[in-house]
Ligand binder design. Structure first.
Ligand SMILES: *Cc1c(COP(=O)(O)O)cnc(C)c1O
Length: 425
């Protein structure tokens, strides 16, 4: 056991971890491009872009140089009363690529705060207008983060029993699967008649934490359209899907009805620094714009719009919109689709799905979300130099856009190897 592993155990409490069951963490020493290197020098392809963040590759020099330059100039300043160019430039760049109608950017720290603020905007939008609407609508199996509001609307917060009594009020609907749209629309009408809804928070098209569960875009559009008719604020949680993952800049581009609010984080800062952002339309902003101070959004984080994070994000958007990156995204999707054709008839594969740079397959074997086989599969991939984090039965890829075809094929190869050897691992 390396010295770092022991020292880690002395003082560190890791996220999403039962320490009695998981004692040793793997020290990672270096990250470059798609490669992670551990302290023993073993290399792994980062097949999930470190939780969908480092999409332009780790330590991308274009980004690190911009941030280094920014660092020498302005590191941090209070964003209430002050402003700065990195935030202004980023707001302009984001509005340029966001779904139509997004007008104002509220900066924050991470994905959970991005959704938390989206929820608060939806609730206060109605509160400011004296509408009696205190309930949020959300999807079954959604995931929106780990702070209280975000936890409340998440359906996947399975181990959050200790907090459930303190959740905000939420009603839940199934995701549209192409066959249940009418039913869902009826359900929304019913709920809204009984207890008027303030907002609807949804992961457009792909539910990441639900193991890359994908929706019927048409059905989702019908749901959004109905909500819009009732002035139920549409909060698109694009924390995972944003910045090219689905093949378009945002998943909301696949859906005709546009959101009122968009939550961003993860790839926003290209894996370099933590930051979130919540954007909204002029209409939402206007509901807070008043001579009455109390009608403002009294929410703020100390590091809001940190100039370094803003410059990382700005460099990220520049890369995303470059021809080269857009070509990369298309190339990855084409490779995924070809791999899907190859693997979908395998007897151990129950289901496959793909959109943009995201590929997922469900294994036709029994496996708990946090079960034993899942750990064995994880270890199999790591032993073969590929970092993937299976979710229960699901193996998914969300690779950095800079991955070479050869590196991507290596991931596929290891997945195929797993399928051949699943009974012996
Ligand atoms: C990861 C994630 C969040 C939470 O973001 P954190 O930065 O981990 O707090 C919220 N929504 C979605 C869809 C996510 O994938």
């Amino acid at each position: 056991m390396s010295n770092l592993v022991e020292r880690d155990q002395q003082h560190i409490w890791h996220p999403l971890t039962q320490h009695k069951l998981k004692k040793e963490m793997l020290p990672i020493k270096k990250a470059s491009g798609v490669w992670l290197t551990d302290d023993a020098g073993k290399k792994y392809i980062d097949g999930i872009s470190s939780w969908y963040t480092a999409v332009y590759g780790h330590c991308n020099e274009y980004i690190t140089e911009k941030v280094a330059a920014q660092m020498k100039n302005l590191d941090q300043v209070v964003f209430s009363g002050f402003t700065h160019e990195p935030a202004i430039k980023l707001s302009e760049a984001l509005v340029e690529i966001l779904p139509e109608g997004q007008q104002k950017i509220f900066f924050n720290d991470n994905g959970s705060t991005a959704t938390e603020i989206g929820i608060k905007m939806a609730l206060q939008y109605h509160y400011n207008q004296q509408n009696d609407r205190k309930i949020m609508l959300a999807f079954e199996e959604g995931f929106h983060g780990d702070t209280f509001g975000a936890m409340s609307v998440s359906d996947l917060s399975v181990y959050n029993g200790a907090f459930q009594d303190h959740f905000i009020a939420v009603k839940r609907i199934p995701v549209p699967n192409g066959e249940n749209t009418e039913e869902i629309l009826k359900r929304i009408e019913e709920i809204h008649r009984e207890t008027p809804l303030a907002g609807f928070i949804y992961e457009p098209l792909v539910q990441g934490a639900a193991a890359m569960k994908m929706h019927d875009a048409k059905g989702l559009n019908e749901i959004l359209k109905l909500c819009k008719q009732h002035d139920i604020v549409l909060v698109a949680d694009e924390v995972m899907t944003g910045f090219g993952k689905t093949g378009k800049n945002f998943a909301s581009y696949y859906i005709e009805t546009k959101p009122d609010i968009v939550c961003m984080s993860k790839a926003l800062t290209a894996g370099l620094l933590p930051m979130g952002a919540t954007s909204c339309t002029q209409k939402i902003f206007d509901a807070f714009y008043d001579e009455d101070i109390a009608k403002g959004l009294f929410h703020g984080h100390t590091y809001t719009a940190n100039p370094l994070a803003c410059s990382a994000a700005l460099a990220g958007v520049e890369l995303l919109t470059s021809e080269e990156m857009q070509e990369n995204i298309k190339r990855i999707e084409a490779s995924h689709l070809a791999f899907q054709e190859k693997v979908k008839t395998h007897k151990l594969v129950k289901n496959t799905r793909c959109v943009g740079t995201i590929f997922a397959l469900d294994l036709a074997v029994e496996n708990d979300r946090y079960g034993n086989l899942r750990d064995k599969i994880y270890n199999f991939f790591m032993n073969h130099g590929v970092y993937l984090r299976p979710l229960g039965n699901t193996i998914y890829i969300a690779c950095p856009y800079v991955i070479t075809t050869e590196e991507l094929y290596r991931i596929y190869e290891v997945i195929l190897l797993l399928l051949e050897n699943i009974n012996d691992i």
